[in-house]
Write a protein that binds this ligand. Sequence first.
Ligand code: B12
Ligand SMILES: *[C@@H]1O[C@H](CO)[C@@H](O)[C@H](O)[C@H]1NC(C)=O
Ligand SMILES: *[C@@H]1O[C@H](CO)[C@@H](O)[C@H](O)[C@H]1NC(C)=O
Length: 138
Amino acid sequence: MNCVFTWFVWCEALLLSLLPWTLTEAPPMIPIAIMVKNTLQNKPLQTYKTEVISGGILLGAMTRLRDSDAGFTFTFSDNVNYGPYLESVNGVTGNNEAHTYWELLANVTNGGFQRTEVGIGCIIPSPYQQIILNFTVW
Ligand code: B12
Ligand SMILES: *[C@@H]1O[C@H](CO)[C@@H](O)[C@H](O)[C@H]1NC(C)=O
Ligand SMILES: *[C@@H]1O[C@H](CO)[C@@H](O)[C@H](O)[C@H]1NC(C)=O
């Protein structure tokens, strides 16, 4: 058999065995937690254990969670520059006059919770990452 061809077949087999889902089927789901925090209105912390597709965006996990029977709801608007802006969570809407908004935080390695540098359309959660949707003021 042609040497280059043999090499190619071997490499493809190796690739498929290392990353079994990349070329063949949908990637696995990874567990994450979405926490809804609203101390401004003295609401209890709510924690939703859910899943995101591996490499997928937080918005996808939030949409699946909303479509499940977990009782989680949210709305967003489309910003031309930065994508989806989270407007409301579980019926509570940010308000420009009151200077309230839904802040996004995530736990980072050895660093506790930090504000994310991007919005819900760009956050790609890591396995078991905890995301806080925090109703706060600016
Ligand atoms: C002020 C400001 C805010 C204010 C807006 C208050 C208001 N209604 O005026 C508040 C505090 C609410 C805010 C929130 C967030 N922000 Co902000 N914000 C800014 C800032 C400093 C100025 C925006 C502005 O007034 N522009 C001038 C006006 C005339 O233009 P505009 O297009 O109308 O501005 C609107 C958008 O910028 C929008 N907006 C603001 N932040 C964000 C973030 C996202 C993801 C989206 C979709 C829209 C959006 O609100 C503005 C008013 O409507 C910019 C940085 C900059 N210097 O531009 C960051 C900036 C836009 N924000 C950023 C981020 C990451 C966030 C948060 C995700 C932070 C967090 N982890 O919680 C949250 C949004 C969460 C959510 N609910 O979706 C990033 C976006 C980067 C990206 N590629 O996604 C920027 C670029 C700062 C940075 N470099 O990190 N923000
Ligand atoms: C966030 O916290 C969870 C639970 O403690 C942990 O399993 C996960 O590795 C953390 N994620 C990061 C990025 O530190
Ligand atoms: C969440 O919002 C509250 C109320 O504004 C604020 O005190 C707190 O620092 C924010 N961040 C976290 C991680 O709770």
